[in-house]
Design a protein around this ligand. Structure first.
Ligand SMILES: Nc1ncnc2c1ncn2[C@@H]1O[C@H](COP(=O)(O)OP(=O)(O)OP(=O)(O)O)[C@@H](O)[C@H]1O
Ligand SMILES: [Mg+2]
Length: 253
């Protein structure tokens, strides 16, 4: 286990407040995610989920609050963190192949004077195999389906060999085959001791497949073990009256 893993919490957030324009979009948020959990971030559209993830990886500057990754500030532990943004925000016409994108995940681990070597190529190949994209390695990314795009982003993150993974809606617009390939990969990462935080809209999937959940709507509503967090009362507080028992089917019956 790396030195960075000495903290029992992969992510610790204290009093985080983010203002965008005139609006407070994340307010006074405290959060602790233990190492080795598969953690879902759940909330309605506009709840501040993407903003939270971006604040964790210092892409957005909060007006107040502290973020620690594996016990250290992000600026120190950034190499231990892989961030997978929402697919829809990226330029898929960029002239790169599937293998190029996976290789990008290995770049940051190289000293500036060294070119890509066998080790980096092997890591990229293993990452593509893990997400089932080996056969598409030479395909331009402009020719991928939505599910394949999502998997290539996951391969790039895997090739980084990080400890903490933050994924913003990796299941958005993917078919059942890609969904299960991605879910299998995330579960396997967790089984290897990685911490995986995923913005997710499917309450059924969260209830069945995740360990930990954060419910938020600008403020944090609840966090902890899925079984204690995904309750009718917490869902009402998060989504108002739009989501309730029925959205969880028999689980809440
Ligand atoms: N650059 C910006 N300037 C002003 N407001 C913004 C900006 N970016 C996002 N917002 C607002 O901040 C709020 C939170 O946005 P965010 O993208 O974090 O929500 P989200 O929970 O990820 O939503 P979704 O489920 O739709 O992805 C929204 O009301 C959004 O309109
Ligand atoms: Mg979002």
């Amino acid at each position: 286990m790396s030195q960075a893993n000495q903290s029992s919490h992969a992510i610790e957030i204290e009093d985080l407040t983010v203002v965008l324009g005139e609006r407070t979009v994340v307010c006074d948020l405290d959060l602790k995610v233990p190492v080795g959990k598969l953690c879902a971030v759940v909330g309605p559209n506009g709840a501040g989920k993407t903003t939270l993830i971006k604040a964790i990886v210092s892409l957005i500057k909060p007006v107040s609050g502290q973020v620690r990754i594996l016990g250290r500030p992000f600026s120190v532990s950034c190499r231990e963190v892989a961030y997978v943004p929402q697919r829809s925000g990226l330029d898929w016409d960029f002239p790169a192949t599937v293998a190029d994108v996976a290789l990008m995940g290995t770049h940051h681990s190289l000293p500036w004077w060294k070119g890509l070597g066998r080790g980096e190529r092997d890591r990229a190949t293993a990452a593509l195999a893990a997400v089932g994209l080996e056969e598409l390695r030479d395909r331009p990314i402009s020719n991928l389906s939505g599910g394949q795009q999502q998997r290539v982003l996951l391969a790039r993150a895997l090739a980084q060999q990080a400890e903490v993974f933050l994924l913003d809606e990796p299941f958005q617009g993917v078919d059942a085959a890609s969904e299960s390939a991605i879910m299998r990969t995330l579960t396997s990462m967790r089984d290897h001791g990685k911490t995986v935080m995923v913005v997710h809209h499917d309450l059924h999937a969260v209830a069945e497949r995740f360990d930990h959940a954060v419910l938020m709507n600008v403020r944090k509503i609840a966090d902890g073990a899925v079984s204690s967090v995904i309750t009718p009362e917490n869902l009402r507080r998060t989504f108002g009256t739009r989501v309730g028992f029925d959205d969880l089917g028999q689980r809440e019956a």
